[in-house]
Write a protein that binds this ligand. Sequence first.
Ligand code: HEC
Length: 379
Amino acid sequence: MYRGIIQHKTYLTPYLKNEIGTRSLSNPLNGGRIYRILPAGAKPVTVKLSDNPADWIQALGHPNGAIRDIAQQLVVDAQRTDIVPQLRALLQQQGSIGQVHALWALEGLHALASADVLPLLDTTNAALCRQALAVLPSVMNPAFAKQVKDKIAAAAVAKETAPSVAYILPFFAKYDPSGAKAILTSIWQRYPNDKVIADAVISNVADKEQQLLTAITTWNTDTNLVVRRRLEKVLVDISNHRKARLDEALIKEYPRGNLLFKTICQTCHGADGDGIQSLAPPLNHSELVTGKKERLIAIVLYGLTGPVQVNGKLYKSPKSTAICRALPATMSSPMAISPSCSALSATPGAIKPKRLRKAMSRPFARSTRAVRSRLPWRS
Ligand code: HEC
């Protein structure tokens, strides 16, 4: 940045202040905001593009990529379909950097034909082949899919073009699902340890990640294959995302329950309900949670004294008295009902159904008060 000063005072650290001072970065005042960076000794020349499409065609082969991009943009924005023949001619100029821009300019004019693309897939120029693969979805149709299949399969062999093949395979799969699957398999079996290729492959299997994992593990039991590890991570991400979405929906539906859980239960049972070692058993998949509703309500309202069996594991809470005594001081929340499951002496079995019914029929706050008045440290 030309002044070395970011407008916000907060970012002016002592280090930056010093840099600004010693390098006089506060001096240049009207040089724009960002310095233009040039190679040492370079003499920049201003390029002006006229309104003449002939100039644009010329500029599509300019050594400066930014100029080429602008020329391409001008062609597409102006929708000058009258220059399609010149663009085709440029596309056929082997070895010209303009080939790629002619390709995408034709695509942007909706004038690209499958015949334009086909020869480019034979090229030994991997960069051009990648562009030709990338543009395939624009020209794909049932007849062309048959024609281009072998070329796609051939491009899937080279490491430089395999990822591009994997990325466009879903468009080919629309017309030839089994052919696409065979090519995809050939890619991950040939390059099971390449990160980029692995991600390109995985991008093909939306909602079928598990099937791909099964195919990989059946093919090779090595747990360290890059493609396997990345796929497993994707599966974990998916499951976390689903869980988060479910949680969000639940929080919306039960805001008070959420608050209650966060302020009381989470301390012992963990934020995710998986329990905390030597503090409290998990709630997830616990028979006591998924089982009879009345019993669960009784635990929340009146507490529970262990030991309890959860998910086939016995939980004893030897420190339960300590937990219990520690609680009142921290119990400032008016939502508090049953601060510790082990803190209360009543076991669910001891709850009289009539009493439970009565407590439950009261509005939330009142029943809370009623229960709290029965807490041992209150009486
Ligand atoms: C101070 C720690 C503590 C707090 C806070 C706490 N529990 Fe518990 N909870 C336990 C312990 C310990 C057990 C196991 C019984 C025992 O050992 O006394 C348990 C058992 C349970 C059980 C039955 C066993 C299981 O895991 O399914 C349920 C259900 C339960 N708690 C729900 C809750 C809910 C709901 C809250 C919040 C309102 C809560 N607990 C707050 C410590 C706590």
